[in-house]
Design a protein around this ligand. Sequence first.
Ligand SMILES: [Zn+2]
Length: 502
Amino acid sequence: MRKVLLSLLLRVFHLHKSSVPIEKKGLIVILVDGLSYDIFKRSLEKKQGSFFSKLIKKGYSVYPYFCGVPASTAATEAELFFGASENIPGFTWYDRSLSQFVRGNRGKSIVGFEHDMKKKANLLKSGSCILGIYSAGATQCDLSGTELNLKSPMKAFRKLHYLLFIFLNPVRLLLTCYLIVISMSMSVYISSKERSKKKLITLLKSAFSRIFLGNIASYIAELEIARETPVLFIDYVLYDEFAHEYGVDDKISYSSIRLIDWYCESLYKTAKKSKRKYDFIILSDHGQTQSRPLDKSSRLENIVQNALNDPSYHVLRTFGFSSPPQKSKNVFLVPAGSSVQVYFSETLKKPYLLGGLEETFPHIIDRLLKNPEIGWVLVRQGNDKQLLMGKKGSVEFTNGRVLKTTGSPFVGLPVDKRALMSLARYASFENNGDLVLFGNIDDDGKLYAFEEHKGTHGGFYGDMTKPFILTDNKSVIHQIKRDDDMRVVFESIRSSYGADKL
Ligand SMILES: [Zn+2]
């Protein structure tokens, strides 16, 4: 019945079978956005991932791997697809060579960025990309960043014909409706507590669309498998969104894992019926670290404005615009979870070095670090030299390496050598702000987030750099046991599926 419906839909949408020879082994990569290794293991204990457990019984293994800074979807996806993730400091950044802001879900800007990247490979060549940021050579891209806007998913419903899919599986439709109802009631509860009608509308809209979107995306993926696509990538963003809003181990966050587990099982079953033999890799792009938002929504702007000590500058928070305001003196704050990129409008082409910055805004770094919410500030010292300053010490980097540590920049926090090396690489990105601020850890061990996050990422601290990978691919497992750094693990994925070298 299902097979008949899928082939009927193939005809309705005028989709043709893939021209890649059927003997070529297929690959399905499922990304569970934001799910750390520890929470993934806990979800199995809590029986929220029965299909994942089944795979483990079948011989799949689960491992943590190290994604490093900035622990962001935009960087991990780029590393997976292209073997390159330089100059991606978060989900949104000012691109100094393109002279514009780039955001992971903003079609035009990300297409330009992807085009200019120095890639080693294109993992999705002739394949399908669903809800991905980049297209990576895929010939079929649905709901992806290059195509439309991931974080304002209502736009997806312009493609109304996709709504036909929901009738494929009434049971799943019921669970979807259940999650929508729960999520909407939570939205009503939260906004009535805060007495904000505007917040209610935003919450309702996002609650409805994000759950519905995952469901539809999942059916599109099944259609792509029915089309015998050689490689398929799909990103499920549901857990990441719930964990941001309700916390990494909240009940509702776990129930989103259960829904994703269902989606994965459904994809697996469809793949088993295909003439093409598929391998499955399920992984997350980063984890999340428990966090707390700042006390007031305008707090970040106030912190920066006070540190500048110059009222002629206009400090504004942004997620990017195609052409930033030119004339007045602006300071753009681009928050990404536990970090913020700070760009000055007069130095968008050539960022400030520490000397020039301190001359223009005396004691700016000290003034920033005096705030309990700011843990570390990253600044350029010279052309190939950067300095990460903490409250009680600093680390100097040069050419992507650690040069010198002074005092105790991390005061007893478990920041190991590997995290430090990853910070050194990150510090060398030319697209970083003139300043990069990192959230501090409060007395309860919670990380300050610069967005409304109870669980966050975008920095270097805690579970956010420890995502998981579930696979039965022997060479990937062999690699991960020797070194679990994202870059070498992803290289072994690309080479075992013959991703075309460029
Ligand atoms: Zn996120």
